[in-house]
Design a protein around this ligand. Structure first.
Ligand SMILES: [Zn+2]
Ligand SMILES: [Zn+2]
Length: 243
C-alpha cells in the first residue's frame, strides 16, 4: 500500500454512550492494525445533551464531549499516531447521522447547540467552512436522505451490527458525481476496528488537513471486508479521469 491508512469514523467510551472501548484502547488497536491515524467522531446530538447534567453550560458540555478526543490524542501523542478531531452530528428531525470535519475545539465551543437546528439549516450555514459527510445514509431505520445537505457519503460503513445497505449509498454517490465518497469503520466495540478506512497520500495532523485532502480527492478507499465497494470507487475514479 502506497500511503497512510486513516479511519475517519470512530467512537470513544468516554464520550459516546454507545462506545464500549476507552479511547486509548481504540488507538492501540489501530496501531496494531497498521493504521497511521484516526478521526474521533463522537456523537453530538440533542439526546446526548439531555444526558449531561450541565447541558445549559455549553463549555461544560464541551469539556465532557471532548474528553474522549483528549484521551485519544494523549495516547496517540505517546505512540506517534495521528488523532484528529471530528464529530458525528444528529439533528432533532430524525436519526440520520452526519460526520463533520474541518473543525477544532474552538469551533465546537463557539457554535453552541448547532445540533439543534435541521440538517439543511446546518449545511446552509456551515457548508463553506466545514466538510459534511452523510454517515451510513441507508442504515436500517434511516429517514430519507437529504441530498442537498451533505458534501458526500460513506459508501462503506464497516459496522458489523447494522444493515448499512452500502450498495444504496454507492448508488446515491453515482447519482451525485460531486459527492466525496468515503469509508469508515464506525468503531464502537472490540472487533469493529480497522474494517474500513482511507489511504491518504501524506500524514495529516488536524481536521483541516484531513478536510483538504478529501476535497482534493487525492485519497483511496480501503476495506478488505468490502473490497467490491473499493473496486467500484476506483472504477468511478477511472471513468471520471477518462471524461
Ligand atoms: Zn454510536
Ligand atoms: Zn458513528
Amino acid at each position: 500500500m502506497n500511503g497512510y491508512l486513516y479511519d475517519p469514523h470512530t467512537h470513544t467510551a468516554e464520550t459516546s454512550k454507545c462506545g464500549h472501548l476507552p479511547a486509548a484502547e481504540v488507538v492501540d488497536r489501530y496501531v496494531k492494525n497498521g493504521f497511521t491515524g484516526l478521526v474521533v467522531t463522537d456523537h453530538l446530538h440533542p439526546e446526548y445533551l439531555s444526558r449531561i447534567d450541565t447541558m445549559h453550560n455549553w463549555d461544560a458540555v464541551m469539556d465532557h464531549y471532548l474528553s474522549g478526543y483528549h484521551a485519544s490524542k494523549k495516547r496517540g501523542d505517546e505512540v506517534g499516531f495521528d488523532v484528529i478531531l471530528g464529530a458525528e452530528f444528529r439533528f432533532p428531525e430524525n436519526d440520520n447521522d452526519y460526520l463533520v470535519y474541518g473543525i477544532d475545539e474552538q469551533w465546537l465551543r463557539s457554535h453552541p447547540y448547532a445540533c439543534c437546528m435541521s440538517a439543511q439549516e446546518f449545511y446552509d450555514k456551515f457548508h463553506n467552512e466545514i466538510l459534511i459527510i452523510h454517515a451510513h445514509p441507508f442504515r436500517e431505520g434511516s429517514a430519507p436522505v437529504q441530498e442537498t445537505a451533505v458534501h458526500g457519503a460513506e459508501i462503506i460503513n464497516g459496522n458489523p451490527r447494522h444493515d448499512n445497505h452500502n450498495d444504496k449509498a454507492l448508488a446515491l454517490c453515482r447519482r451525485h458525481p460531486e459527492y466525496f465518497r468515503t469509508a469508515g469503520s464506525d468503531t464502537h466495540q472490540a472487533g469493529d476496528e480497522a474494517r474500513a478506512g482511507l489511504i491518504l497520500p501524506r500524514r495529516v495532523q488536524d481536521s483541516y488537513a484531513y478536510k483538504a485532502i478529501i476535497e482534493s480527492r487525492d485519497y483511496h478507499l480501503w476495506s478488505p471486508t468490502f473490497q467490491s465497494f473499493v473496486d467500484a470507487d476506483e472504477e468511478i475514479r477511472a471513468e471520471e479521469a477518462a471524461n
